[in-house]
Write a protein that binds this ligand. Sequence first.
Ligand code: TXA
Ligand code: MG
Length: 328
Amino acid sequence: MKTEVKKITAESLREASELIRAGELVAFPTETVYGLGANAFDDDAVKRIFQTKGRPSDNPLIAHVHTDYDLKKLVDFDPPYAEKLRKAFLPGPLTMVYPSTNKVSPFVSAGGSTLAVRVPSHRGAQSFLKEVDLPVVAPSANRSKHVSPTSASHVLFDFDGQIPLILDGGRSEGGIESTVLDVTGEIPLILREGLITREMIASVTGKCEKYVRKEGEIARSPGMMYKHYAPACPAYLCESAEEGVALYRKLDQEGKNPYLMAGGVCLRELPPLRLLSLGDTPKEMAANLYEKLREGERVAGAVVAIRPKEQDGIMAGVMDRLTRACRS
Ligand code: TXA
Ligand code: MG
């Protein structure tokens, strides 16, 4: 199969919509990362997402809808605080997990009773979802466990020859995936950290907690259990600039072609070595992380990341990804 990459135009949107309705997969941009989309009502198309990505079948998918889509078609229960959250943050990088009406394919929820719904703010994503006018399930458009894609070329690298069309909407500005929030209980629970932070959610709902899996309990969000976001080369996470530079020098002497990855305050403490710079602010670090991990696997024999000192707000989401990328 030839994989075409097309800029978003009326014509490519029509083609994308026809492909989705025919049960094919189409990759499309969002403000967080690119998604690999399929018709949420089509069992075979949903199964093909799991096959194409090599994704474990127990890991549920997010349904993406346009801003005018009637949520009641998909979800059964809606606590009052959820309405406030939608008003405050949607469209945008917040995915909400509701009790499902079970109208979509059962493979979407991986056998569970909840459904994750996201309304992306990216203009191209909205145009695509309006054209299709169906819920489109979409995981990040990367091979399972690989680094998530923030550009059409990243998607092509992972799926060339396996999908018919990639809609190219430029670079994803956010750079890390949406916050996943369980809204099935009295208090919203963060299942995955992202650009909409716990502080932002609590400022609307009063309370918000980070879900912590208890010993022996089945994870509420299976995705949180897996090694993820990993570049093809070895990646190490060091606690300080000193430790990072020492490891870099050791690997360099061994001829391993290491690159240092750092951002924020740490960046300014470093001697001039081969560097993958994440930028200065937490927002920049989120936007650059996956791009730099993918650059790292292209140019480096090993990536030595230094733990950024900033830890609040969206750095919680950045650290979650960086830690998993470096988990051996
Ligand atoms: O920003 C994003 O969310 C991107 C773009 C494409 O929208 N999508 C994305 O999808 O990151 P994916 O499949 O790579 O990650 C979805 C995460 C997984 O950790 C999964 O376990 C969790 O959301 N999830 C999906 N449905 C769920 C559900 N019903 N209950 C709990 N967790 C769920
Ligand atoms: Mg993913």
